[in-house]
Each structure stands twice: as structure tokens, then as C-alpha cells.
Design a protein around this ligand. Structure first.
Ligand code: ZN
Ligand code: ZN
Length: 359
């Protein structure tokens, strides 16, 4: 099934023509649980990785045998999924109780190379905003599932660009680390449903005059909303609860949807390729290439929520009926930083070292 972002509640460039200069496309990945193959774009699916090429490893020193067994993380997610809406069996409870954080692989030395976790595979033919080195049509993304790298103690990401036609026999089975520092560093396997949408620059990075205009316009909308507010029906004036509920629904439908630049008109939530970076938790920070100094836009955004209360207008039409179903709102079960991690790459030369930013 494809995924379709509803049209934005209004054409923001018609209201603020200056925003046309701050437009960019992004490809929302719309990950959903599934069983991808090596020829598919995916999150945590099998990679088209050459059988004769070494798998990336993390050589940083950290307590590599500790944390959560990846097999436990997968099993517990499967049990929680299978038992949703019913009481868990004794066997399921026993399995869940038996899982814990601990020193699971004591023989794994802290400085021993640890296979990195395959996180995503993205084909340019499916993802129009995926721009890498010339002729390279496939991006493979790995991370070490310990948030203990560098001065900022973060996750460590490895990117591998390749030409898919260069790959003969694919490596199988594919290595993976036995443990993860945190469960939320382990993505659940998902197929993706790429969809290109338009974004506009983060509010705080627009020129001040434009920010003021948008502020004024939003205040105007709020005033209008107050005027339009419909008095909710009182239950006393209805004979039955059903009649009251119906009147309530009619009143709510008449209520104008609140429109907000930040939530509805600028940056899409969820896993995506390209587009703009949101700086809703910290002040905007420059992310410049350490080799050539140019500003690096985000290539890949890894977000805890595909959609939350504030970004509800971005919920795909196909998922409308599933409401707050975690399959649609948090399919990958990944939570990095304070919810969001971005990999930025150099627009001049995508082989220059990438950088990460967090929100
Ligand atoms: Zn590591
Ligand atoms: Zn550069």
C-alpha cells in the first residue's frame, strides 16, 4: 500500500511568496512492519552487501558485552505485538520476565571489533531525494548500538554508498552485534513507502521580517478561531445520549482546524531523506563540512514519531483509520538523542565525512 500525505491545509507560498526561496523536497520513507528483500529499500532489512567484502565494525572501546541481547529485543517486541488486546500467556510472561539488561557476552572484549547493526538500505530509484556520489544508486546505513562514541557520547553511524550493479553474490547470513546498549537503538524491520513532499525552512532560520509576518498571521488565525468557536451542546437539552453525542460530533466538525507554520506547513515528521532540519529543542546550530566548510543539509532523519499530536496533519490518508496505532506512529521503535537523529552529508562531495545532529 502506498502512503499519501494529505495536502497541506493551505498553500503557504500563496500567503507568503517569499517562502518560495525556502522550499525543498524531502522523501518521507513511511516505514511499516514487513519483510523486505535485498533488492528493496528498507529499515533493518537484508542488505545487498557483497559476500566478499568485510562488514563494517566498531572498534571504539565500550562495554560491548553489556546491555540488551538483540534477540531478546526482537522476541519481546514480537510478544508484545502478538499479545496486544489480550492477556499474555504464562509462557509469554515467563519469557518477558527472563529478559534483562546485563553482562550477556562476557567473553566479548571491550576493544574487540563489534559488527555494526544494519539500519537502512535506500535505493535512489525509489527515493528521489537520495543524492550521493555520482553513479552511486544505493546507500547502506549502519550504526553501533551503543551511545558512547566521541565527546558527545552518541551513536556512531557508518554510510556506505555503492553501485548496486557491482554487487554479485550477496552476503548471507549477515553479521550483527549480539547486544545493544539500549533497546531503542535496535530498529524493527520495516519495508518503506517512499513519498516525496515539499517542505519549508525551519521557522527560526527564516529572515526576521518573514518570521514577523508569519507570527502576525498566526495570531490573526487564533483571533478568528475564537470568534468562530461554536458553543458546545449541553447534554441537558437532549433526550438521549445518542442525540447528544451526534450534536457534539457536529459541533466538533464545525470547529476550524488550528493551522500552525511549524506543525503543519514547514517540516514533515518521521524518517525521511533530504528536506530541512527542525531545531525545536535547541537553537539552530550550523552543521558545516569539516573538509570544505559548506553547510551540510540533512540526508537522513531518524525520528521517534512518524506522527504525533502536533504533527497530526502529516498522518498519511491510508493510516487515518488506524488512529494512534503504533504500527503507523512508531513502526521502527527507534529513539535516539531526545527523539531525533540526523545524518548530514556534504553537498559538494558526499564522500566527505558526514556529521550527526540531534534533537
Ligand atoms: Zn561502538
Ligand atoms: Zn565538503
Amino acid at each position: 500500500m502506498t502512503r499519501t500525505t494529505p495536502p497541506r491545509p493551505l498553500d503557504v507560498e500563496a500567503v507568503f511568496p517569499a517562502l518560495a526561496a525556502h522550499r525543498r523536497t524531502t522523501t518521507r520513507l513511511h516505514p511499516r512492519h514487513g519483510s523486505p528483500g535485498t533488492q528493496d529499500s528498507s529499515v533493518a532489512g537484508p542488505l545487498l552487501w557483497p559476500a566478499d567484502e568485510p562488514w563494517p565494525v566498531c572498534t571504539a572501546v565500550h562495554p560491548k558485552g553489556t546491555g540488551h541481547l538483540i534477540s531478546d529485543v526482537r522476541l519481546s517486541r514480537r510478544i508484545l505485538e502478538d499479545s496486544r488486546g489480550r492477556e499474555r500467556t504464562e509462557e509469554e510472561r515467563r519469557l518477558l520476565d527472563g529478559m534483562s539488561e546485563g553482562n550477556h557476552v562476557p567473553e566479548l572484549q571491550d576493544d574487540a571489533p563489534l559488527p555494526m547493526l544494519a539500519v537502512a538500505q535506500l535505493y535512489a530509484r525509489e527515493i528521489p531525494d537520495l543524492v550521493g556520489p555520482e553513479d552511486h544508486d544505493l546507500l547502506q546505513v549502519f550504526w553501533c548500538p551503543f551511545e558512547e562514541h566521541g565527546n558527545d557520547r552518541t551513536i556512531d553511524v557508518v554510510l556506505k554508498w555503492r553501485r548496486s550493479t557491482d554487487v554479485g553474490v550477496a552476503l548471507t547470513p549477515q553479521p550483527e552485534p549480539p547486544v545493544a546498549g539500549r533497546e531503542e537503538c535496535v530498529p524493527t524491520t520495516c519495508v518503506v513507502h517512499p513519498e516525496q513532499v515539499v517542505e519549508h525552512e525551519y521557522f527560526g532560520l527564516l529572515e526576521e521580517a518573514l518570521q514577523d509576518e508569519i507570527d502576525e498571521w498566526e495570531e490573526g488565525l487564533l483571533d478568528e478561531e475564537e470568534e468562530d468557536e461554536v458553543e458546545p451542546p449541553s447534554s441537558a437539552s437532549y433526550a438521549t445520549y445518542e442525540e447528544y453525542a451526534e450534536a457534539m460530533a457536529v459541533a466538533q466538525a464545525a470547529e476550524p482546524e488550528e493551522i500552525n507554520y511549524m506543525s503543519d506547513l514547514s517540516i514533515a515528521p518521521g524518517w525521511k531523506v533530504g528536506g530541512f532540519a527542525s531545531w525545536h529543542l535547541t537553537d539552530p546550530a550550523p552543521v558545516d563540512c569539516q573538509v570544505c566548510g559548506v553547510a551540510m543539509p540533512p540526508l537522513l532523519t531518524v525520528d521517534k514519531w512518524e506522527c504525533d499530536g502536533a504533527s497530526r496533519s502529516w498522518l498519511p490518508i491510508e493510516d487515518r483509520d488506524s488512529g494512534h496505532d503504533p504500527h503507523a506512529t512508531n513502526p521502527t521503535e527507534v529513539y535516539l538523542g531526545r527523539g531525533l537523529m540526523r545524518v548530514h552529508t556534504c553537498p559538494t562531495d558526499p564522500t566527505h565525512p558526514h556529521r550527526l545532529s540531534f534533537q
